[in-house]
Ligand binder design. Sequence first.
Ligand SMILES: CC(C)(COP(=O)(O)OP(=O)(O)OC[C@H]1O[C@@H](n2cnc3c(N)ncnc32)[C@H](O)[C@@H]1OP(=O)(O)O)[C@@H](O)C(=O)NCCC(=O)NCCS
Length: 171
Amino acid sequence: MHKVERLSEEQARPILPKLVALLQDSVHSGSSVGFLPPLTFEAAKAYWLETLNEVAQGKRILLVSSEAGDVTGAVQLALVTKQNGLHRAEVQKLLVHTSFRNRGIARALMGAVEESARAVGRTLLVLDTEQGSIAEKLYEKCGYTRAGIIPQYARSADYSLISTVLFYKLL
Ligand SMILES: CC(C)(COP(=O)(O)OP(=O)(O)OC[C@H]1O[C@@H](n2cnc3c(N)ncnc32)[C@H](O)[C@@H]1OP(=O)(O)O)[C@@H](O)C(=O)NCCC(=O)NCCS
């Protein structure tokens, strides 16, 4: 059965290799999620260890979807810690493994991330994504409002510069 769970740092540590594999899968299939291929196991592990550190400090929420022991996807909520932004959070690293795509898992993760945001009193969500990506359409379908486009924002796998679309949602 498929499930989405909020994981503590202790709960996430044992599945670290699976989280590494999830990130490598997305990067190696050409997604713009902060890294360029090839993404080594060590670099991906270092990223997740930093992420889990922030989860342990209460600065970040990690949601993981799984099915029969396989990690199928994940999403994070970075909780703004500035005094004047405690109502705000950024949705980051929505990832669904290529073997499990187009089955509604991203939708389920986005629903769960909203629920988690509400539960911790965050009423404004922001995010950005590559212009023209599947995720851009997905966020619109999830009720996010397009705030604007920044050109030449990030480098893609083929080293060209791509634009990013900024979105927000008031809960
Ligand atoms: C974007 C991503 C998270 C979508 O995950 P997913 O689990 O396949 O998405 P879902 O199955 O929940 O589908 C969500 C919607 O997108 C649409 N969609 C999904 N894959 C699609 C595709 N290849 N082409 C067109 N539409 C697609 C679905 O039709 C669905 O719309 P619906 O709910 O109206 O039917 C996934 O492709 C991914 O991990 N991509 C790489 C990482 C990435 O780019 N993340 C975003 C970073 S900001």
